[in-house]
Design a protein around this ligand. Structure first.
Ligand SMILES: C[S@@+](CC[C@H](N)C(=O)[O-])C[C@H]1O[C@@H](n2cnc3c(N)ncnc32)[C@H](O)[C@@H]1O
Length: 287
C-alpha cells in the first residue's frame, strides 16, 4: 500500500523546505492537488486515502522538476487567476494574484452598465489572463488584446479557447496600441487596461532568481517612457468619461499618476493599494 495523501503532503513540504523553496506547504498542496485533481481543503478531508503507484511516480517527477528551480506554475503548466484556469508556460509571464485588483476595478467601473456593449483593450496581454477574465465576466464585451510577443499571443489564444471566450477576444500582435490602427476604433474604446513590464533592466539583480531565470525578459523589463506612451496613445482611443487602468510596480504609482495629471484630458485619478499596502493600480477617467 502506497503513502497517504497526508504523508505525501508532509514529505513534499519537508523536501521543499529543506531546499529553501518559499511557501513549501502551499507548493506541496498545489502540486498534490493538481495530480489528484482535488482542492486544498479536499486534500485534508481525504488525507488518509493512499496514492496509487502511478500518482506517486508523477509526484516524484514533478518534485524533481520543481527542485531544478523552475516555477511551480511552469511545472504544472497551469494556474488559477480570477477563479479561472490558465495554461502557463515559458511563452508568457505567470499571472500574479495582485493583478486581480486591476480586473476587479475594471469590473466595478462597468457594474451599472451591464446592458451596454463594451469595447475594452488589454495592452501586453501575456497569457491572456486580464483580457479573458474581463470577457468571461462581461458577457456583452469585445476585448482587443495586444502583445509584442507572438509566442504570448499564441498561448493567450489557447487560453481564450479553454475558457470559451475566443469568439469575443481579438488578439493583435504589435507595439502597445498600434495594432488597433486598422480597426477604426479611435474614440470608441470604453476601457484601456494594462499590466505592462515595469522593471528597469538596471534593476534585474533585484528580482528573485526564480523570476529572472525563467520568465520572459520582454514581459519583465521596460524601456523608459513606456507609461507615457501608453497614456498618450490611450487618449486617442478612449471614449469620454471612460477608464484607463494601469498596474504599476513598487514606487511607480505616484509617478504614473503625475504623468496622467500633466495631461489636461483626464479627470479624477486614483491610486489603489494591494493587500500588502503597496500602491499597485492607477485609475484615470478621460474628460
Ligand atoms: C508584465 S507582462 C503582463 C502579462 C499579463 N497581462 C499579466 O498581467 O500577467 C507584460 C506583457 O507586455 C508585453 N509587452 C512588452 N512590451 C510591449 C509593447 N511595447 N507592446 C505590447 N506588448 C508589450 C510582454 O510581452 C508581456 O506579455
Amino acid at each position: 500500500m502506497g503513502i497517504t495523501i497526508l504523508e505525501a503532503l508532509n514529505s513534499a513540504t519537508r523536501t521543499f523546505w529543506e531546499k529553501d523553496i518559499e511557501n513549501p506547504r502551499i507548493e506541496a498542496e498545489l502540486l498534490i492537488g493538481h495530480i489528484l485533481n482535488l482542492k486544498r481543503t479536499e486534500l485534508y478531508l481525504k488525507g488518509q486515502i493512499a496514492l496509487s503507484s502511478k500518482e506517486e511516480n508523477i509526484l516524484e517527477q514533478l518534485i524533481k522538476q520543481r527542485l531544478t528551480g523552475r516555477p511551480l506554475q511552469y511545472v504544472l503548466e497551469e494556474t488559477e487567476f480570477f477563479g479561472l484556469k490558465f495554461k502557463t508556460d515559458s511563452r508568457a509571464l505567470i499571472p500574479r494574484p495582485e493583478t486581480e485588483i486591476l480586473v476587479s476595478k475594471v469590473l466595478e467601473h462597468f457594474k451599472n452598465r451591464e446592458t451596454d456593449s463594451l469595447k475594452i483593450v488589454d495592452i501586453g496581454t501575456g497569457c491572456g489572463n486580464i483580457a479573458i477574465s474581463l470577457a468571461f465576466n462581461l458577457k456583452n464585451s469585445l476585448i482587443y488584446a495586444t502583445d509584442i510577443s507572438p509566442e504570448s499571443l499564441n498561448l493567450a489564444g489557447e487560453n481564450a479557447k479553454l475558457n470559451k471566450v475566443d469568439d469575443r477576444v481579438k488578439f493583435l500582435p504589435g507595439d502597445l496600441l498600434t495594432p488597433l490602427e486598422d480597426e477604426n476604433l479611435k474614440g470608441k474604446i470604453d476601457a484601456i487596461v494594462s499590466n505592462p513590464p515595469y522593471v528597469l533592466k538596471e534593476e534585474k539583480e533585484l528580482l528573485p532568481k526564480i523570476v529572472r531565470d525563467y520568465e520572459p525578459e520582454i514581459a519583465l523589463f521596460y524601456e523608459k517612457g513606456l507609461y507615457q506612451r501608453i497614456i498618450e496613445q490611450s487618449l486617442v482611443y478612449l471614449k469620454k468619461e471612460d477608464l484607463l487602468a494601469l498596474e504599476t510596480g513598487y514606487n511607480q504609482a505616484q509617478k504614473v499618476k503625475d504623468i496622467i495629471e500633466t495631461k489636461d484630458n483626464f479627470v479624477s485619478t486614483e491610486i489603489i493599494k494591494d493587500l500588502a499596502g503597496i500602491e499597485r493600480v492607477v485609475l484615470a477617467i478621460k474628460r
